[in-house]
Design a binder for this molecule. Sequence first.
Ligand SMILES: Nc1ncnc2c1ncn2[C@@H]1O[C@H](COP(=O)(O)OP(=O)(O)OP(=O)(O)O)[C@@H](O)[C@H]1O
Length: 254
Amino acid sequence: MIQLNSICKSFEGRTVLDDIDFSFDDGKTNLIIGQSGSGKTVLMKCIVGLLTPENGEVLYDGRDLIHMGKKEKQALRREMGMIFQSAALFDSLSVLENVMFPLDMFSTDTYRDRVKRARFCLDRVNLIDAQDKYPGEISGGMQKRVAIARAIALQPKYLFCDEPNSGLDPKTSLVIDDLIHGITVEYNMTTIINTHDMNSVMGIGDSILFIYQGRKEWEGTKDDVFNATNERLNNFIFASDLLRKVKQEENKAK
Ligand SMILES: Nc1ncnc2c1ncn2[C@@H]1O[C@H](COP(=O)(O)OP(=O)(O)OP(=O)(O)O)[C@@H](O)[C@H]1O
């Protein structure tokens, strides 16, 4: 579990995050949603330690990220897996070598065991047949799956995904969402996803934090979204005509 207590962050006197409290649970896909510029990326950066909040606590299963020493921070980093907006693969390395990269960097296992682990992760994302290909030879969706395999290679306790569906078509996005949700439940990870994607909200929103102008405006689950009365949330979620119509139909059916 990752717990945020009263997180505040400002840049040059301008408040960007204001007193955010939230708990991200294990075994759930926790989504951070909000309009462009609302503070999602800054919050994610505060959570992973790339930015330091002026105030507040980020607790990783009770361990205080902001006040921990360098060694403890390094150890914690090894428990984190990250999936970036672009898949961020190394073009000159094969798919297998990409997945092996964090293992080569941090694992003390033998080469044989590292290869075994990398192949296991590739198999989990259904890409074992592509292990010898290079990133330039596979589709964007496949690249994201390689990035997922790489992110779970070191068996992280915490998984961070920044806009994992950006640049993907809706069908491929569903595959990626299902995969992230599946591994989250399977490995009981604390997964945090920054997203704009309403399909993700409705599909894998086990827990949703909606940020509006740097403040926590609403929290709930995908099942709560349809009945939420928060106007700012509704304006954000039902900005698309299609979703607004679905909500109207649901209300009529009640
Ligand atoms: N290093 C920085 N220095 C100054 N201002 C910053 C910095 N980083 C972010 N901001 C500001 O903080 C606010 C929140 O930005 P943030 O990137 O977190 O938004 P976001 O919700 O992730 O948006 P998007 O969905 O477009 O990625 C913005 O007004 C942005 O200009």
